[in-house]
Design a protein around this ligand. Structure first.
Ligand code: HEC
Ligand code: HEC
Length: 206
């Protein structure tokens, strides 16, 4: 009897051991769809305007994938970069492989763009804390409670592009895009001069 329990335990743990790498491999295999644009380690690609995925919250990435797939994001014909994402997001309809994919992306090391921009850090910090920090966190680390993504460690070129998209009504206009609409309102409160220093501050955070 004891032997039987023992044998069952061995078989059970073997099954788990077999499954764990299988799940990890599944995420990695699905990521092959993404790496050409987002980089092998989710480091992004400025030449393709593809953002960094490494270090970003999985709940935020998941929401963006759902929004691309449901045409809540990149629904505007002017959104040429967003349109590139849509067919890939539409392939991720099954929740389980998507979960494995997000787990795999979660294993990537965050990247840094420190030193890549110029600006006034003191002004940037002041504007950032006044206009962005309440939602995105004091060091641009993001805040799950406010559904606000991490901005530190993101490609500054992508940050500028997204804010311009929000300001021009290219992103964050769909009726059902509650968080995007919230952000679009905030984007309209900054001037170009303030934005340069704000993005400089964000880029220096990581
Ligand atoms: C053909 C190039 C390309 C491929 C392939 C691609 N993406 Fe993207 N992705 C982009 C671009 C460009 C953007 C930026 C869109 C924008 O400017 O709004 C983006 C944006 C995203 C975003 C939003 C990030 C953010 O910070 O809001 C997520 C999440 C994402 N991609 C995940 C994926 C995943 C997962 C895959 C693979 C299943 C994938 N992408 C495949 C080009 C690509
Ligand atoms: C009221 C809260 C709030 C404030 C204040 C706010 N944001 Fe956001 N921001 C959000 C939310 C929520 C999202 C996620 C939108 C979504 O899910 O589509 C977001 C998204 C973004 C994005 C897109 C990130 C990506 O990966 O695509 C950028 C860039 C951004 N915010 C920059 C800023 C900057 C710069 C400021 C200050 C000028 C600011 N935000 C102020 C709530 C806020």
């Amino acid at each position: 009897m004891r032997l039987l329990i023992c044998a069952k335990a061995v078989i059970f743990s073997m099954l788990i051991m077999l499954h764990l790498p299988l799940f990890a491999e599944q995420g990695q295999a699905t990521y092959q769809l993404c790496s050409a644009c987002h980089g092998a380690q989710g480091e992004g690609n400025s030449a393709l305007n593809a953002p960094v995925l490494a270090g970003q919250f999985d709940w935020y990435l998941q929401r963006q994938l759902q929004h691309f797939a449901a045409d809540l994001r990149a629904d505007d014909t002017r959104d040429v970069n967003g349109k590139m994402m849509v067919p890939f997001a539409k392939q991720l309809t099954d929740p389980e492989p998507t979960k494995q994919l997000l787990n795999y992306i979660n294993s990537f090391e965050p990247v840094s763009f420190k030193g890549s921009l110029k600006g006034d850090l003191k002004n940037g910090s002041r504007y950032y804390q006044a206009k962005c920090g309440a939602c995105h966190g004091g060091s641009a680390q993001g805040n799950s409670a406010f559904n606000a993504p991490k901005l530190a460690g993101q490609d500054p070129q992508y940050l500028f592009l997204q804010i311009a998209n929000y300001q021009q009504g290219i992103r964050g206009t769909h009726q059902a895009d509650k968080y995007g609409r919230q952000m679009a309102m905030m984007a309209n409160t900054v001037s170009d001069k303030e934005l340069q220093d704000i993005v400089f501050f964000i880029t220096e955070q990581q």
